[in-house]
Design a binder for this molecule. Sequence first.
Ligand code: NDP
Ligand code: 2IT
Length: 451
Amino acid sequence: MAVSDHVNLEQFMEGLKRRNPGENEFHQAVYEVAVNIFDYIADKEVYHEAQILRRMAEPDRVVSFRVCWEDDRGNVRVQRGWRVQNNNSIGPYKGGLRFHPSVNQSILKFLAFEQTFKNSLTGLPMGGGKGGSNFNPKGKSDNEIMRFCQSFMTELYRHVGEDTDIPAGDIGVGAREIGFLFGQYKRITNRFVGVLTGKGIEFGGSRIRPEATGYGAVYFMQYMLERIGDSVEGKSCLVSGSGNVAQYAIEKINQLGGKVVTASDSGGFVHDPHGIDAERLAYLMDLKNVRRGRLTEYAEHFGCEYVAGERPWKVPADLAFPCATQNEISTAEAETLIHNGLRGVSEGANMPTEQDGIHAFTKARILFAPSKAANAGGVAVSGLEMSQNAERRSWTEDELQESLRSIMKGIHDRCVEHGGGEGDGYNDYVRGANVAAFIKVADAMLAFGVV
Ligand code: NDP
Ligand code: 2IT
């Protein structure tokens, strides 16, 4: 087929939307990648002929199932469960599980698609997948969480395995949920294997997995700043979210000499001009992880402002670390941040910035690290947990800290290699990440022929 006969970007997106009606987050995630890839492959006939991007945007399979459980009052509850296995060309499917009432097929397809690219960037042999449920863990007792996780795994166990698909945590799924899920997998199969990552240290978990995503997102920012002769030290920082990723982003920013003045949850945000220092972070962690309370309590305890129903982006600062959820920086909020003198963004959450917001940041030549690069530290240490499980050993904290830093540096450098930043000129990390990730997966797919 001649190059001129190929569909263009617009036709490609029309087809994707027609085949996946109403799945807006999925359309958004694919479009973000397709813009760069159509440009990159314009003169590369082999990728067109093999329909590589079209195949990447069609998950290998989507498993959807019913999850029934009983609440503490004896009521029967019915939830939906999914596992989206997007692509296993460079390794077994790998990616988290999200438990949140907003979860639907579109969100999981976008996350599984993104995960394929992110995992490729880590340099480790992992394909992309994602799963979860519209179950709302908020306000549930430990026993209810356990019964739900057991029921969820009673179906999921058929589709996963240490060489097939290895889930982990995401929103609403942390150490407690992974423990219940692993316990049920082991009970059903009578096999003790690394089928999940993010496990407790006692049963095969890896050191620094809890820290890895937040730390990695801050390292990425540090590497972007170092490239232009600057650093995180002395910078004022906005963090959104107050869960796993946000907490360890705050910890690392503090260690590097930055000052974090905000955190948020689904109710609003807290503005703390004093800075969320080590002592205040310890309070926040106890509040969110142990007492499972709301940020309003933090504001009351430390006497600072809590802004209900809003996100932190109106507060002037040097750096922003969105660490809550998708589309949490609107285009208007991106423009406000730019207007207030923002210098850099590192996306701890998955796809937190709207498409036009990303465009506004890059147009204003703000350092912008897209999620698939910036938050890859979590899944990278998950990959290291898989290696440790396979060799039935535990590596030391020092080894793992060093590996995380060098993996994030490797991702940064690959984004520069393909991002058009010459010398210390402005680098397009979005393009760099998309192209670098694409090449590895695409070339593996070419090697397999038409499958
Ligand atoms: P947690 O469940 O630990 O924390 C999520 C935080 O975001 C909470 O503060 C929560 O508020 C807030 N939040 C969640 N959904 C919404 C929403 N719809 N609107 C406003 N606030 C919301 O999740 P994680 O920290 O693990 O995940 C945060 C982000 O990072 C997600 O985008 C996830 O996909 C991404 N990520 C996570 C990785 C990991 O290793 N955990 C790895 C890579 C990316 P509340 O407390 O009110 O629920
Ligand atoms: O989005 C992500 O990269 C994660 N939630 C972590 C996935 C993993 O397998 O550790």
